[in-house]
Write a protein that binds this ligand. Structure first.
Ligand SMILES: [Zn+2]
Length: 528
Protein backbone atom coordinates (compact mmCIF):
# COMPACT_ATOMS: atom_id res chain seq x y z
CA UNK A 1 0.00 0.00 0.00
CA UNK A 2 1.31 3.43 -0.90
CA UNK A 3 0.15 6.95 -0.45
CA UNK A 4 1.18 10.05 -2.22
CA UNK A 5 2.59 12.78 -0.11
CA UNK A 6 1.46 16.11 -1.34
CA UNK A 7 3.62 19.09 -0.46
CA UNK A 8 1.91 22.02 1.14
CA UNK A 9 1.35 24.75 -1.34
CA UNK A 10 1.83 27.90 0.64
CA UNK A 11 4.23 27.66 3.29
CA UNK A 12 5.26 26.12 6.49
CA UNK A 13 5.53 22.37 6.29
CA UNK A 14 8.37 21.21 8.49
CA UNK A 15 10.06 19.41 5.71
CA UNK A 16 13.25 21.28 5.19
CA UNK A 17 15.41 18.26 5.70
CA UNK A 18 13.29 15.86 3.74
CA UNK A 19 14.01 15.34 0.15
CA UNK A 20 10.87 13.83 -1.22
CA UNK A 21 9.46 14.37 -4.62
CA UNK A 22 5.93 15.50 -5.00
CA UNK A 23 3.80 12.99 -6.80
CA UNK A 24 6.04 10.01 -6.02
CA UNK A 25 4.47 7.01 -4.32
CA UNK A 26 6.05 6.08 -0.98
CA UNK A 27 5.31 2.89 0.93
CA UNK A 28 3.14 3.35 3.96
CA UNK A 29 4.31 1.57 7.06
CA UNK A 30 2.18 -0.04 9.65
CA UNK A 31 0.97 1.81 12.67
CA UNK A 32 -1.83 1.92 15.16
CA UNK A 33 -2.29 5.60 14.47
CA UNK A 34 -2.43 5.05 10.80
CA UNK A 35 -5.85 6.40 10.12
CA UNK A 36 -8.02 7.34 7.24
CA UNK A 37 -11.20 9.34 7.01
CA UNK A 38 -14.45 7.83 5.80
CA UNK A 39 -13.59 9.19 2.40
CA UNK A 40 -10.44 7.13 2.43
CA UNK A 41 -8.16 10.11 2.85
CA UNK A 42 -5.00 9.45 4.79
CA UNK A 43 -4.98 11.27 8.10
CA UNK A 44 -1.92 10.00 9.79
CA UNK A 45 0.80 7.41 9.15
CA UNK A 46 4.39 6.58 8.52
CA UNK A 47 6.25 6.47 5.27
CA UNK A 48 9.66 5.18 4.44
CA UNK A 49 11.71 7.60 2.37
CA UNK A 50 15.22 6.48 1.49
CA UNK A 51 15.05 3.93 4.32
CA UNK A 52 14.22 6.52 6.93
CA UNK A 53 10.88 6.50 8.73
CA UNK A 54 8.82 9.62 8.57
CA UNK A 55 5.67 10.29 10.44
CA UNK A 56 3.13 12.25 8.47
CA UNK A 57 -0.01 14.01 9.59
CA UNK A 58 -2.60 15.55 7.39
CA UNK A 59 -3.19 19.18 8.24
CA UNK A 60 -5.15 21.89 6.53
CA UNK A 61 -2.51 22.79 4.04
CA UNK A 62 -1.31 19.27 3.36
CA UNK A 63 0.91 16.83 5.21
CA UNK A 64 3.27 17.64 8.01
CA UNK A 65 6.24 15.36 8.10
CA UNK A 66 8.36 14.37 11.11
CA UNK A 67 11.36 12.15 11.13
CA UNK A 68 10.79 8.98 13.11
CA UNK A 69 13.25 7.47 15.57
CA UNK A 70 14.83 4.31 14.37
CA UNK A 71 14.03 1.10 16.20
CA UNK A 72 17.09 -0.70 17.46
CA UNK A 73 15.63 -3.17 19.95
CA UNK A 74 15.54 -6.55 18.13
CA UNK A 75 12.45 -7.61 20.10
CA UNK A 76 10.53 -4.61 18.82
CA UNK A 77 11.91 -5.12 15.31
CA UNK A 78 10.82 -8.75 15.26
CA UNK A 79 7.45 -7.77 16.57
CA UNK A 80 7.07 -5.30 13.73
CA UNK A 81 7.37 -1.95 15.41
CA UNK A 82 8.85 0.79 13.27
CA UNK A 83 8.74 3.82 15.51
CA UNK A 84 9.02 3.82 19.25
CA UNK A 85 6.24 5.26 21.27
CA UNK A 86 8.58 7.88 22.69
CA UNK A 87 8.52 9.31 19.20
CA UNK A 88 4.83 9.96 18.77
CA UNK A 89 4.26 6.27 18.81
CA UNK A 90 2.88 4.28 16.04
CA UNK A 91 2.33 1.43 18.39
CA UNK A 92 1.20 3.16 21.46
CA UNK A 93 -1.43 1.02 23.05
CA UNK A 94 -4.90 2.32 22.55
CA UNK A 95 -5.87 0.28 25.59
CA UNK A 96 -4.14 -0.07 28.94
CA UNK A 97 -1.99 -3.10 29.58
CA UNK A 98 -4.11 -6.16 30.22
CA UNK A 99 -2.16 -7.38 33.26
CA UNK A 100 -0.57 -4.51 35.16
CA UNK A 101 0.32 -6.81 38.08
CA UNK A 102 2.30 -9.12 35.83
CA UNK A 103 4.05 -6.21 34.07
CA UNK A 104 4.98 -4.67 37.42
CA UNK A 105 6.40 -8.03 38.42
CA UNK A 106 8.64 -8.04 35.32
CA UNK A 107 9.93 -4.57 36.22
CA UNK A 108 10.79 -5.45 39.78
CA UNK A 109 11.82 -9.10 39.47
CA UNK A 110 13.53 -9.50 36.10
CA UNK A 111 14.78 -6.19 34.66
CA UNK A 112 17.90 -5.05 36.45
CA UNK A 113 18.25 -8.43 38.18
CA UNK A 114 18.57 -11.11 35.51
CA UNK A 115 19.07 -8.76 32.54
CA UNK A 116 20.32 -5.21 32.49
CA UNK A 117 17.64 -3.18 30.78
CA UNK A 118 16.27 0.33 31.13
CA UNK A 119 12.70 0.81 32.28
CA UNK A 120 11.89 2.58 29.01
CA UNK A 121 13.10 -0.31 26.90
CA UNK A 122 11.11 -2.85 28.92
CA UNK A 123 8.13 -0.54 28.79
CA UNK A 124 8.21 -0.53 24.96
CA UNK A 125 8.42 -4.32 24.87
CA UNK A 126 5.53 -4.75 27.31
CA UNK A 127 3.42 -2.26 25.36
CA UNK A 128 3.96 -4.23 22.16
CA UNK A 129 3.71 -7.77 23.52
CA UNK A 130 1.11 -6.90 26.17
CA UNK A 131 1.52 -10.14 28.20
CA UNK A 132 -1.22 -11.32 30.56
CA UNK A 133 -2.06 -14.41 32.58
CA UNK A 134 -4.55 -16.33 30.48
CA UNK A 135 -7.94 -17.01 32.03
CA UNK A 136 -8.82 -19.42 29.25
CA UNK A 137 -5.60 -21.42 29.35
CA UNK A 138 -4.90 -21.63 33.06
CA UNK A 139 -1.21 -21.50 33.91
CA UNK A 140 -0.17 -19.90 30.61
CA UNK A 141 0.81 -16.39 29.60
CA UNK A 142 -0.86 -14.85 26.55
CA UNK A 143 1.09 -12.51 24.31
CA UNK A 144 0.41 -10.39 21.22
CA UNK A 145 3.14 -11.89 19.11
CA UNK A 146 3.33 -9.32 16.31
CA UNK A 147 1.91 -6.13 14.99
CA UNK A 148 -0.24 -8.11 12.56
CA UNK A 149 -1.72 -9.91 15.56
CA UNK A 150 -2.35 -6.57 17.24
CA UNK A 151 -4.31 -5.39 14.22
CA UNK A 152 -6.24 -8.67 14.13
CA UNK A 153 -6.69 -8.61 17.92
CA UNK A 154 -5.16 -12.03 18.24
CA UNK A 155 -3.29 -13.28 21.31
CA UNK A 156 -1.33 -16.47 21.71
CA UNK A 157 -1.27 -18.40 24.99
CA UNK A 158 2.09 -20.00 25.63
CA UNK A 159 3.98 -21.77 28.38
CA UNK A 160 5.36 -19.42 30.99
CA UNK A 161 9.01 -20.05 30.07
CA UNK A 162 8.40 -19.51 26.37
CA UNK A 163 6.50 -16.27 26.96
CA UNK A 164 9.19 -14.90 29.25
CA UNK A 165 11.82 -15.90 26.70
CA UNK A 166 9.96 -13.82 24.10
CA UNK A 167 9.99 -10.74 26.27
CA UNK A 168 13.55 -11.30 27.48
CA UNK A 169 15.54 -13.19 24.81
CA UNK A 170 18.69 -12.02 26.62
CA UNK A 171 18.06 -14.43 29.53
CA UNK A 172 20.46 -17.36 29.82
CA UNK A 173 18.84 -20.79 30.20
CA UNK A 174 19.80 -20.87 33.88
CA UNK A 175 18.41 -17.41 34.55
CA UNK A 176 15.22 -18.26 32.66
CA UNK A 177 14.76 -21.30 34.91
CA UNK A 178 15.14 -19.12 37.97
CA UNK A 179 12.71 -16.52 36.67
CA UNK A 180 10.13 -19.23 35.91
CA UNK A 181 10.55 -20.61 39.43
CA UNK A 182 9.99 -17.17 40.88
CA UNK A 183 6.97 -16.69 38.65
CA UNK A 184 5.45 -19.97 39.77
CA UNK A 185 5.99 -19.06 43.39
CA UNK A 186 4.27 -15.72 42.86
CA UNK A 187 1.50 -16.63 40.44
CA UNK A 188 1.62 -20.36 39.86
CA UNK A 189 -0.74 -21.48 42.58
CA UNK A 190 -3.33 -18.84 41.80
CA UNK A 191 -4.93 -20.91 39.10
CA UNK A 192 -7.34 -22.74 41.39
CA UNK A 193 -10.20 -24.91 40.27
CA UNK A 194 -13.28 -25.70 42.35
CA UNK A 195 -14.19 -29.25 43.38
CA UNK A 196 -16.58 -30.96 45.75
CA UNK A 197 -16.83 -34.44 47.17
CA UNK A 198 -18.34 -36.46 49.99
CA UNK A 199 -15.88 -39.32 49.66
CA UNK A 200 -14.16 -39.93 53.03
CA UNK A 201 -10.83 -40.58 51.28
CA UNK A 202 -11.01 -37.18 49.61
CA UNK A 203 -11.64 -35.53 52.99
CA UNK A 204 -8.54 -37.23 54.37
CA UNK A 205 -6.35 -36.36 51.41
CA UNK A 206 -7.40 -32.72 51.06
CA UNK A 207 -6.79 -32.12 54.77
CA UNK A 208 -3.20 -33.35 54.79
CA UNK A 209 -0.51 -30.69 54.78
CA UNK A 210 1.67 -32.70 52.40
CA UNK A 211 -1.03 -32.09 49.73
CA UNK A 212 -1.33 -28.35 50.28
CA UNK A 213 -0.32 -25.74 47.68
CA UNK A 214 2.47 -23.34 48.70
CA UNK A 215 1.34 -20.82 51.29
CA UNK A 216 0.50 -17.26 50.35
CA UNK A 217 -0.20 -14.71 53.03
CA UNK A 218 -3.94 -14.87 53.70
CA UNK A 219 -5.71 -12.49 56.08
CA UNK A 220 -7.60 -14.46 58.70
CA UNK A 221 -10.94 -14.00 60.43
CA UNK A 222 -13.28 -16.29 62.34
CA UNK A 223 -14.76 -17.49 59.09
CA UNK A 224 -11.58 -17.56 56.99
CA UNK A 225 -8.45 -19.19 58.38
CA UNK A 226 -4.94 -19.96 57.25
CA UNK A 227 -4.74 -23.65 56.38
CA UNK A 228 -1.22 -23.69 57.83
CA UNK A 229 -2.76 -23.18 61.29
CA UNK A 230 -5.30 -25.99 61.08
CA UNK A 231 -4.64 -28.57 63.76
CA UNK A 232 -6.06 -31.23 61.44
CA UNK A 233 -3.33 -30.71 58.81
CA UNK A 234 -1.11 -33.53 60.05
CA UNK A 235 -1.01 -36.98 58.50
CA UNK A 236 -2.02 -38.84 61.73
CA UNK A 237 -0.02 -41.85 60.60
CA UNK A 238 -0.29 -43.67 63.93
CA UNK A 239 -4.00 -44.26 63.49
CA UNK A 240 -5.93 -46.22 60.88
CA UNK A 241 -7.74 -43.20 59.43
CA UNK A 242 -7.21 -39.47 59.21
CA UNK A 243 -9.66 -37.70 61.59
CA UNK A 244 -11.35 -35.84 58.70
CA UNK A 245 -12.20 -39.21 57.15
CA UNK A 246 -15.27 -39.50 59.38
CA UNK A 247 -16.92 -36.50 57.67
CA UNK A 248 -17.48 -38.88 54.75
CA UNK A 249 -20.82 -40.15 56.09
CA UNK A 250 -22.81 -38.66 53.26
CA UNK A 251 -24.15 -35.79 55.36
CA UNK A 252 -21.18 -33.55 54.60
CA UNK A 253 -19.82 -32.17 51.34
CA UNK A 254 -16.26 -30.99 51.10
CA UNK A 255 -15.87 -27.93 48.90
CA UNK A 256 -12.25 -27.41 47.96
CA UNK A 257 -9.97 -25.86 45.36
CA UNK A 258 -6.93 -27.39 43.70
CA UNK A 259 -4.07 -25.73 41.86
CA UNK A 260 -2.82 -26.89 38.46
CA UNK A 261 -0.68 -29.49 40.19
CA UNK A 262 -3.61 -30.93 42.14
CA UNK A 263 -2.59 -29.39 45.46
CA UNK A 264 -5.18 -28.12 47.92
CA UNK A 265 -5.72 -24.37 47.82
CA UNK A 266 -8.66 -24.12 50.20
CA UNK A 267 -11.34 -26.27 51.81
CA UNK A 268 -14.65 -25.95 53.59
CA UNK A 269 -16.85 -28.64 55.17
CA UNK A 270 -20.55 -28.11 54.50
CA UNK A 271 -23.40 -29.96 56.24
CA UNK A 272 -25.75 -30.27 53.31
CA UNK A 273 -28.74 -32.63 53.43
CA UNK A 274 -32.52 -32.52 53.35
CA UNK A 275 -32.35 -32.26 57.14
CA UNK A 276 -31.26 -28.61 56.87
CA UNK A 277 -33.17 -25.76 55.25
CA UNK A 278 -29.94 -24.55 53.68
CA UNK A 279 -26.34 -25.77 53.53
CA UNK A 280 -24.43 -25.15 56.78
CA UNK A 281 -20.81 -24.21 56.09
CA UNK A 282 -17.91 -24.43 58.52
CA UNK A 283 -14.98 -21.98 58.29
CA UNK A 284 -12.94 -21.74 55.08
CA UNK A 285 -9.28 -22.74 55.37
CA UNK A 286 -6.91 -21.72 52.59
CA UNK A 287 -3.37 -21.02 51.44
CA UNK A 288 -4.24 -17.58 50.05
CA UNK A 289 -7.01 -15.03 49.63
CA UNK A 290 -7.56 -16.00 46.04
CA UNK A 291 -8.31 -19.66 46.75
CA UNK A 292 -10.60 -18.73 49.64
CA UNK A 293 -12.49 -16.22 47.51
CA UNK A 294 -13.17 -18.95 45.01
CA UNK A 295 -14.75 -21.10 47.74
CA UNK A 296 -16.70 -18.16 49.12
CA UNK A 297 -18.18 -17.59 45.66
CA UNK A 298 -19.26 -21.23 45.54
CA UNK A 299 -20.81 -21.00 49.03
CA UNK A 300 -22.65 -17.82 48.08
CA UNK A 301 -24.01 -19.55 45.00
CA UNK A 302 -25.57 -22.38 47.04
CA UNK A 303 -26.84 -19.90 49.65
CA UNK A 304 -24.86 -21.49 52.46
CA UNK A 305 -25.12 -20.31 56.05
CA UNK A 306 -21.57 -19.29 56.92
CA UNK A 307 -21.91 -17.02 59.95
CA UNK A 308 -23.97 -19.18 62.33
CA UNK A 309 -23.87 -22.69 60.96
CA UNK A 310 -25.61 -25.47 62.88
CA UNK A 311 -24.39 -29.03 62.50
CA UNK A 312 -26.65 -30.62 65.12
CA UNK A 313 -28.15 -33.85 63.82
CA UNK A 314 -25.37 -34.35 61.26
CA UNK A 315 -23.95 -37.88 61.04
CA UNK A 316 -20.27 -38.80 60.98
CA UNK A 317 -18.64 -42.18 60.47
CA UNK A 318 -17.90 -44.17 63.61
CA UNK A 319 -14.46 -45.79 63.56
CA UNK A 320 -13.31 -47.25 66.86
CA UNK A 321 -9.76 -46.71 68.03
CA UNK A 322 -8.73 -48.19 71.35
CA UNK A 323 -11.57 -47.35 73.69
CA UNK A 324 -12.36 -44.15 71.76
CA UNK A 325 -13.19 -43.21 68.17
CA UNK A 326 -11.30 -41.52 65.39
CA UNK A 327 -12.45 -37.93 65.05
CA UNK A 328 -11.43 -34.38 64.23
CA UNK A 329 -11.64 -31.19 66.20
CA UNK A 330 -15.09 -30.06 65.06
CA UNK A 331 -15.02 -26.61 63.50
CA UNK A 332 -18.57 -25.80 64.55
CA UNK A 333 -20.21 -25.82 67.98
CA UNK A 334 -21.51 -27.85 69.74
CA UNK A 335 -18.32 -29.91 69.60
CA UNK A 336 -19.84 -33.10 70.91
CA UNK A 337 -20.66 -36.45 69.30
CA UNK A 338 -23.13 -39.12 70.40
CA UNK A 339 -22.96 -42.78 69.41
CA UNK A 340 -25.88 -43.63 67.11
CA UNK A 341 -25.00 -47.24 66.25
CA UNK A 342 -22.04 -49.28 65.04
CA UNK A 343 -21.66 -47.15 61.95
CA UNK A 344 -22.45 -43.58 62.91
CA UNK A 345 -21.92 -40.76 65.37
CA UNK A 346 -24.10 -37.67 65.49
CA UNK A 347 -23.40 -34.05 66.36
CA UNK A 348 -25.33 -33.21 69.51
CA UNK A 349 -25.32 -30.86 72.52
CA UNK A 350 -23.93 -33.29 75.01
CA UNK A 351 -22.81 -36.62 73.60
CA UNK A 352 -20.43 -39.47 74.35
CA UNK A 353 -17.35 -37.83 72.91
CA UNK A 354 -15.85 -34.40 73.29
CA UNK A 355 -14.83 -33.31 69.79
CA UNK A 356 -12.74 -30.35 70.88
CA UNK A 357 -9.43 -32.16 71.06
CA UNK A 358 -6.66 -32.20 68.49
CA UNK A 359 -5.22 -35.68 69.00
CA UNK A 360 -7.24 -37.32 66.21
CA UNK A 361 -8.85 -39.75 68.63
CA UNK A 362 -11.85 -38.81 70.74
CA UNK A 363 -12.58 -40.45 74.08
CA UNK A 364 -11.38 -40.62 77.66
CA UNK A 365 -8.18 -42.33 76.83
CA UNK A 366 -4.77 -41.01 76.07
CA UNK A 367 -2.51 -43.13 73.91
CA UNK A 368 0.92 -44.09 75.16
CA UNK A 369 3.70 -42.61 73.02
CA UNK A 370 5.77 -45.75 73.45
CA UNK A 371 3.50 -48.77 73.29
CA UNK A 372 0.45 -47.06 71.76
CA UNK A 373 -1.91 -48.62 74.28
CA UNK A 374 -4.97 -46.60 75.31
CA UNK A 375 -4.56 -45.39 78.83
CA UNK A 376 -7.30 -43.86 80.90
CA UNK A 377 -6.48 -40.25 81.64
CA UNK A 378 -6.31 -41.00 85.38
CA UNK A 379 -3.39 -43.35 84.75
CA UNK A 380 -1.72 -41.52 81.92
CA UNK A 381 1.60 -39.90 82.76
CA UNK A 382 2.62 -36.71 81.00
CA UNK A 383 6.14 -35.62 80.27
CA UNK A 384 6.00 -32.14 78.70
CA UNK A 385 3.81 -32.81 75.62
CA UNK A 386 4.30 -36.57 75.60
CA UNK A 387 1.94 -39.00 77.25
CA UNK A 388 2.76 -42.51 78.45
CA UNK A 389 1.16 -45.43 80.21
CA UNK A 390 2.59 -45.89 83.71
CA UNK A 391 4.81 -48.83 82.73
CA UNK A 392 6.41 -47.04 79.83
CA UNK A 393 6.74 -43.84 81.82
CA UNK A 394 8.82 -45.46 84.57
CA UNK A 395 10.94 -47.20 81.98
CA UNK A 396 12.00 -43.79 80.80
CA UNK A 397 11.84 -41.45 83.76
CA UNK A 398 12.90 -41.26 87.41
CA UNK A 399 11.86 -39.08 90.27
CA UNK A 400 14.25 -36.54 91.77
CA UNK A 401 13.56 -35.71 95.43
CA UNK A 402 15.58 -32.55 95.35
CA UNK A 403 13.58 -30.94 92.54
CA UNK A 404 10.34 -32.90 93.05
CA UNK A 405 10.31 -33.65 89.32
CA UNK A 406 10.89 -36.45 86.81
CA UNK A 407 13.85 -36.77 84.44
CA UNK A 408 15.06 -39.26 81.83
CA UNK A 409 17.33 -41.93 83.35
CA UNK A 410 20.39 -40.57 81.61
CA UNK A 411 19.94 -37.20 83.31
CA UNK A 412 19.96 -38.72 86.80
CA UNK A 413 22.98 -39.58 89.00
CA UNK A 414 23.52 -41.32 92.34
CA UNK A 415 24.57 -38.66 94.83
CA UNK A 416 26.69 -39.21 97.98
CA UNK A 417 26.51 -39.42 100.91
CA UNK A 418 22.69 -39.81 100.71
CA UNK A 419 22.93 -42.56 98.06
CA UNK A 420 19.86 -41.39 96.18
CA UNK A 421 19.27 -40.65 92.49
CA UNK A 422 18.90 -36.96 91.72
CA UNK A 423 18.91 -34.69 88.68
CA UNK A 424 22.47 -34.26 87.42
CA UNK A 425 22.03 -30.51 86.83
CA UNK A 426 20.81 -29.67 90.32
CA UNK A 427 23.10 -26.94 91.68
CA UNK A 428 24.15 -29.06 94.66
CA UNK A 429 25.42 -31.96 92.58
CA UNK A 430 29.21 -31.85 92.20
CA UNK A 431 31.69 -34.35 90.87
CA UNK A 432 34.52 -35.55 93.12
CA UNK A 433 37.45 -36.56 90.96
CA UNK A 434 39.36 -38.45 93.63
CA UNK A 435 36.43 -40.78 94.19
CA UNK A 436 34.80 -40.68 90.76
CA UNK A 437 31.51 -40.04 92.54
CA UNK A 438 28.80 -37.40 92.57
CA UNK A 439 28.40 -35.65 95.89
CA UNK A 440 26.17 -33.18 97.64
CA UNK A 441 28.18 -29.95 97.67
CA UNK A 442 26.91 -29.15 101.21
CA UNK A 443 28.89 -32.18 102.39
CA UNK A 444 32.11 -31.14 100.65
CA UNK A 445 34.75 -28.48 100.78
CA UNK A 446 36.17 -26.74 97.75
CA UNK A 447 39.86 -25.95 97.41
CA UNK A 448 40.74 -22.91 95.35
CA UNK A 449 44.38 -23.92 95.31
CA UNK A 450 43.70 -27.46 94.08
CA UNK A 451 40.59 -26.50 92.15
CA UNK A 452 38.64 -29.51 93.36
CA UNK A 453 35.89 -30.65 95.68
CA UNK A 454 36.67 -32.99 98.57
CA UNK A 455 34.10 -34.57 100.90
CA UNK A 456 34.46 -33.17 104.43
CA UNK A 457 34.47 -36.55 106.11
CA UNK A 458 37.10 -37.99 103.77
CA UNK A 459 39.63 -35.18 103.88
CA UNK A 460 42.23 -37.18 105.82
CA UNK A 461 41.48 -40.51 104.19
CA UNK A 462 42.15 -38.95 100.82
CA UNK A 463 45.41 -37.36 102.06
CA UNK A 464 44.38 -33.73 102.58
CA UNK A 465 44.29 -31.38 105.52
CA UNK A 466 42.91 -27.92 106.17
CA UNK A 467 45.33 -25.10 106.92
CA UNK A 468 44.20 -23.37 110.13
CA UNK A 469 45.53 -20.02 109.00
CA UNK A 470 44.00 -19.85 105.51
CA UNK A 471 41.26 -22.49 105.79
CA UNK A 472 42.46 -23.80 102.46
CA UNK A 473 42.99 -27.46 101.62
CA UNK A 474 46.44 -28.87 101.01
CA UNK A 475 47.98 -32.20 100.18
CA UNK A 476 49.51 -34.00 103.14
CA UNK A 477 53.11 -33.31 102.05
CA UNK A 478 52.44 -29.65 102.99
CA UNK A 479 51.48 -30.61 106.57
CA UNK A 480 53.26 -28.86 109.43
CA UNK A 481 52.65 -28.10 113.09
CA UNK A 482 53.68 -24.84 114.80
CA UNK A 483 55.03 -24.38 118.31
CA UNK A 484 51.50 -23.22 119.18
CA UNK A 485 50.11 -26.58 117.95
CA UNK A 486 48.44 -25.04 114.90
CA UNK A 487 48.23 -27.11 111.69
CA UNK A 488 49.51 -24.95 108.81
CA UNK A 489 50.76 -25.54 105.23
CA UNK A 490 54.56 -25.45 104.89
CA UNK A 491 54.45 -23.07 101.92
CA UNK A 492 52.35 -20.69 104.01
CA UNK A 493 54.85 -20.84 106.91
CA UNK A 494 57.84 -20.27 104.65
CA UNK A 495 56.26 -17.30 102.96
CA UNK A 496 55.98 -15.62 106.36
CA UNK A 497 59.57 -16.44 107.38
CA UNK A 498 58.88 -19.30 109.76
CA UNK A 499 61.38 -22.06 110.36
CA UNK A 500 61.40 -25.54 111.84
CA UNK A 501 63.07 -26.14 115.26
CA UNK A 502 64.82 -29.28 116.41
CA UNK A 503 61.54 -30.77 117.64
CA UNK A 504 60.11 -30.49 114.13
CA UNK A 505 57.75 -27.68 115.16
CA UNK A 506 57.62 -24.40 113.30
CA UNK A 507 58.31 -21.01 114.89
CA UNK A 508 58.43 -17.40 113.77
CA UNK A 509 62.10 -16.97 112.97
CA UNK A 510 61.82 -13.38 111.69
CA UNK A 511 60.08 -11.91 114.72
CA UNK A 512 62.45 -13.71 117.05
CA UNK A 513 65.36 -12.07 115.24
CA UNK A 514 63.75 -8.63 115.34
CA UNK A 515 63.00 -9.04 119.05
CA UNK A 516 66.70 -9.65 119.60
CA UNK A 517 67.46 -6.51 117.58
CA UNK A 518 65.01 -4.63 119.79
CA UNK A 519 66.72 -5.81 122.96
CA UNK A 520 70.07 -4.58 121.71
CA UNK A 521 68.59 -1.17 120.87
CA UNK A 522 66.96 -0.99 124.30
CA UNK A 523 70.25 -1.73 125.99
CA UNK A 524 71.97 0.90 123.89
CA UNK A 525 69.38 3.44 124.92
CA UNK A 526 69.78 2.34 128.53
CA UNK A 527 73.45 3.13 128.37
CA UNK A 528 72.76 6.80 127.76
ZN1 LIG B 1 3.07 -47.69 77.22
Amino acid sequence: MSFYIKPERNGDIDSTSITYRAGKAYPILRGDRFTKTNDDILQDGVVLIDNVCYHITNCEQGFKVYQGKEITDPVLKDWGAVVTKSNNSLFRLNQSRLDGELCDWFYSNVAGIYVSMSGGKLSDRLDCLNPFRSQKFVGKISITKSHEDRVRERETAMKVGKAIRMIFPELSDTALGQVVDKYNLEFGSKDFTLHKSNDPKVFASVYKEENHAPMGNPKTTNLRKSIACSCMRYSFEKQSHHPAYIYGSGDFTLYYTKDSQGRTGSRCVVYDTDKTDKPQAGPIYGVCEHSMNKLQDALDKIGAECVNPDWRGAKLLRINHGDGVIGPYLDVEPRSLAIVNDKYLEVTECGDYDASCYSGVLGDSEYCMDCGEPTHEDNARWYHDDVFCEDCFYERYDYCEWTDDYYPHEDMVMVQPQEIYVWRDHENVIYVEDLDEFWDSDECVYSDKLDKWIPNDQLHDLGYFECEWTNDIYKEDEWAETVDNEIVAISELKSRGWAKNDDGLWYDLESELSEQDGLEEDSTEGDK
